[in-house]
Design a protein around this ligand. Structure first.
Ligand SMILES: *[C@@H]1O[C@H](CO)[C@@H](O)[C@H](O)[C@H]1NC(C)=O
Ligand SMILES: *[C@@H]1O[C@H](CO)[C@@H](O)[C@H](O)[C@H]1NC(C)=O
Ligand SMILES: *[C@@H]1O[C@H](CO)[C@@H](O)[C@H](O)[C@H]1NC(C)=O
Ligand SMILES: *[C@@H]1O[C@H](CO)[C@@H](O)[C@H](O)[C@H]1NC(C)=O
Ligand SMILES: *[C@@H]1O[C@H](CO)[C@@H](O)[C@H](O)[C@H]1NC(C)=O
Length: 512
């Protein structure tokens, strides 16, 4: 692990929500305790600080490739080693133009993404495809400057951590790999989930000569500027609870004020420490609210129809379980007792946790926080009525101030849409792009920033009512509902059609 503060959280992430600035924010409690919207910005993060690396059933070789630090200048900077995982086990080879499936690594250890993207491994044999999982720079083992300490030192060393550089890494790697294997004619299909899905779709648009198509699962490419309403994310999380029961939604919504007033009592923090079974005495009420907020948002993301261990070991339909604990506590149970019972489904489903650690949130110096402070500005507010979270109005000034304090950097909220588009996406892409699948499950709060409508014949949206965060990319199970089986079958058909088109066009070229 080559990063500061090595912790399990370094392995993680796909889009989950945690509080980026919670740990370092100076006085969020003060801001919250007033009835005005909090000035604290708690942007959801992609997933998963709780993951353990699952043992993949999959076989690959780990290789390294030397990359330039800056693809967009000609200065002689130190190079770095990019890790990539590769399997040629089922590849039919260059003479038969065997396809190459590339998963666009996102903000975490690539081995973890490989282990949680069973779909790609499962379909590779029927396509005779090679599988490649390149790691995203500054994550996992693909860290420049020799070690994470140096790479994450300051705004200068972090400045090469961008989506553009990551896409260039993927493109250079694929081109070089194909050359080495004399596989220049082999078609490349991109895959990605969450931020990786954003990268996959952007790469298809920026590098159409390198990849013939992309499956972008749960990719919120519209979660920028004012393209979607700022309340979308937290409203969707809240709806996930409300659809199970409105009393569950209401109990959670009421709990924040109760927490606050408990916390202000003499010995209040100590009492809360006891009633929430915390390992260490609570220093501020925010640590507890952040911990609860994270859990609710993660729960919405992984509200899968069957038991899973993606983030935490959880039952199927986990929000239903949480709400049933909250609602079915004995009548005399207080709001906080109900909340504790509910949250234990998330943090203690196995029943093996002795006490809860709240301080496993990395201190603002992990890569996603830097990305959120530079390019990935996803404005989010929590509305007064529709959200069960504390009211919060996105405030760019305070966001900017926090980024300056944390990294000495100024966010550029309009850059992503300038670089990759997003406004009027249908008008732009229906004439310009092709071969992209945007898949989303509407239970996933990130679906609010996703492409949910068909754009053209070959840029299609596959939307499932009951799906959650890139469920389609996970390995199939015996418990998969019919709609999920169908969704994956449609994806396979679409990928086949891209490949068929490619082969036909190529034959035409060869015959000329
Ligand atoms: C960051 O650290 C590097 C290496 O120590 C140094 O050369 C550079 O001036 C620093 N940049 C900033 C903005 O502090
Ligand atoms: C291609 O081969 C060269 C020479 O052996 C090697 O340095 C490079 O890393 C290889 N490329 C990839 C993507 O592995
Ligand atoms: C976790 O669950 C077990 C079994 O219900 C319980 O004994 C234990 O106290 C719980 N841990 C915490 C931190 O609440
Ligand atoms: C936004 O944040 C800035 C800087 O912290 C603060 O001065 C301003 O009052 C805030 N605006 C609103 C509407 O809360
Ligand atoms: C988009 O078109 C595909 C067929 O290519 C269809 O299966 C899908 O349901 C359509 N999506 C939406 C959101 O209408």
């Amino acid at each position: 692990m080559a990063k500061p503060n090595p912790s399990p959280s370094d392995l993680v992430l796909i889009f989950v929500v945690a509080v980026i600035f919670g740990a370092s924010s100076p006085s969020p409690a003060a801001a919250r305790s007033s009835s005005s919207p909090s000035s604290r910005w708690a942007p959801p993060r992609f997933v998963g600080k709780f993951n353990k690396l699952q043992q993949p059933q999959i076989r690959y070789e780990t290789r390294y490739f030397e990359q330039r630090l800056d693809h967009f200048s000609f200065s002689e900077l130190p190079r770095f080693r990019q890790r990539y995982l590769i399997s040629t086990e089922h590849w039919v080879g260059p003479t038969r133009l065997g396809p190459i499936f590339v998963y666009c690594g996102n903000e975490g250890d690539i081995a973890w993404f490989a282990a949680n993207t069973g779909f790609v491994w499962e379909i590779a044999p029927q396509f005779g495809a090679m599988v490649v999982f390149p790691e995203h720079r500054y994550y996992g083992e693909s860290v420049p400057y020799g070690n994470g300490e140096e790479a994450y030192k300051n705004a200068t060393t972090l400045s090469y951590l961008t989506a553009e550089q990551a896409l260039a890494d993927f493109s250079v790697l694929i081109t070089n790999l194909k050359k080495n294997l004399s596989a220049e004619g082999c078609p490349v299909v991109l895959f990605g989930g969450s931020y990786g899905g954003m990268l996959a779709s952007w790469m298809r648009l920026k590098y159409p000569h390198i990849a013939i198509g992309a499956l972008a699962s749960s990719a919120p490419i519209l979660q920028f500027e004012d393209i979607v309403p700022v309340e979308t994310f937290y409203d969707l999380v809240s709806n996930g609870f409300k659809r199970e029961s409105s009393s569950c939604f209401n109990t959670i919504k009421q709990s924040w004020d109760v927490l606050l007033s408990e916390g202000q009592k003499n010995d209040g923090l100590l009492q809360l420490t006891k009633s929430f079974h915390l390992c260490r005495t609570l220093r501020s009420i925010d640590d507890l609210t952040d911990w609860l907020e994270s859990a609710y948002s993660y729960l919405a993301m992984v509200n899968y129809p069957y038991p899973s261990e993606f983030i935490m070991p959880l039952p199927g339909h986990p929000i239903r379980e949480v709400c049933s604990k909250i609602d079915r506590s004995p009548v005399e149970a207080s709001i906080l007792e109900r909340i504790f019972e509910g949250i234990s489904v998330f943090y203690n489903y196995t029943g093996k946790v002795d006490c809860f650690q709240l301080d496993d949130d990395p201190h603002g110096m992990d890569g996603w926080n830097w990305q959120a402070c530079t390019e990935m500005i996803m404005p989010m507010s929590s509305g007064r009525d529709s959200s069960m979270f504390p009211t919060y109005d996105f405030n760019f000034s305070s966001y900017q101030e926090q980024c300056w304090r944390d990294f000495g950097v100024k966010p550029r909220p309009r850059w992503i849409t300038t670089e990759f588009g997003g406004h009027d996406i249908k008008a732009t892409l229906q004439n310009f792009g092709s071969n992209i699948i945007f898949s989303n499950g509407l239970l996933d709060p990130w679906s609010g920033g996703g492409v949910l409508k068909n754009i053209s014949k070959s840029i299609v949206a596959l939307v499932t009512d009951e799906g959650a965060h890139h469920l389609d990319l996970r390995a199939s199970t015996n418990e998969d509902p019919e709609w999920l089986v169908e969704q994956r079958a449609t994806e396979i058909e679409l990928i086949k059609s891209w490949l068929n088109d490619y082969y036909q066009e190529n034959k035409a070229v060869f015959e000329m």
